[in-house]
Design a protein around this ligand. Structure first.
Ligand SMILES: [Zn+2]
Length: 173
C-alpha cells in the first residue's frame, strides 16, 4: 500500500509529513530519549502517531519502565528471545515457565522476570535451537542432543566413567 506524502494538520490545517523526532519519556524520575517516527507538522509542531509509530512509543515506554523497576533483562530482549525460539507469549509461559500471562507481563513491563529467567532467555538468544520443540522427544533418553551436550560438558573423569556405565550410548566416540 502506498501512503500519501502529506495529510492535513488537525491543529492548523497545514500539511503533516512523515518524519522522526526525538521524544523523551519520563517514568518515576527516570527518562529515556528515543527516536519517534510519525506525521509531523512543520508549521505548528503538532504530530500524529499511527499503528507502527505507536508500537515504537510503547516499546520505548516498556523499556524505561522495566529499567526503573530493576528488571534484569530488557523487554525487547525478552521478545527477541521468544521470537528466536518461535513461540507465542502463552507458549513461552509453558516452555520457560511462569504461566500463560507471564510473557505478556514481562514484555509490557507489568512484571519483572527473575534473574534465573533472564539468564534462561539470554541462553535462548544465543542458542534458540535448544528450546525448540522438535529438538526434544524421540525414543532415547537422554535424547541424542542431550547426550551430545553431556559429552561436551563433562570434564571430570569420575563423572564421565559413571555416565558411560549408566548410558553407554552417550560415551565419547
Ligand atoms: Zn499544524
Amino acid at each position: 500500500m502506498k501512503r500519501a506524502k502529506t495529510r492535513p494538520c488537525p491543529s492548523c490545517g497545514d500539511g503533516l509529513r512523515r518524519g522522526v523526532q526525538n521524544e523523551t519519556l519520563t517514568y518515576r524520575g527516570q527518562s529515556l530519549t528515543y527516536q519517534q517516527p510519525g506525521w509531523y507538522c512543520g508549521a505548528c509542531g503538532d504530530g500524529i502517531l499511527e499503528g507502527a509509530d505507536n508500537e515504537v512509543h510503547d516499546a520505548a515506554l516498556h523499556e524505561l519502565m522495566a529499567r526503573v523497576k530493576g528488571s534484569p533483562i530488557s523487554p525487547l530482549m525478552i521478545r527477541a528471545a521468544r521470537e528466536a525460539v518461535g513461540v507465542s507469549q502463552r507458549e513461552a509461559g509453558k516452555l520457560f515457565g511462569g504461566g500463560p500471562t507471564a510473557f505478556y507481563k514481562y514484555e509490557t513491563a507489568k512484571a519483572v522476570p527473575s534473574e534465573g529467567m533472564a539468564n534462561l532467555l539470554r541462553l535462548a538468544l544465543k542458542r534458540p535451537e535448544l528450546f525448540r520443540k522438535q529438538v526434544r522427544g524421540g525414543s532415547s533418553w537422554p535424547s541424542a542432543q542431550d547426550a551430545e551436550l553431556l559429552r561436551k560438558a563433562i570434564r571430570n573423569d569420575e563423572l564421565n566413567a559413571i555416565v558411560r556405565r549408566v548410558y553407554p550410548q552417550t560415551a565419547s566416540r
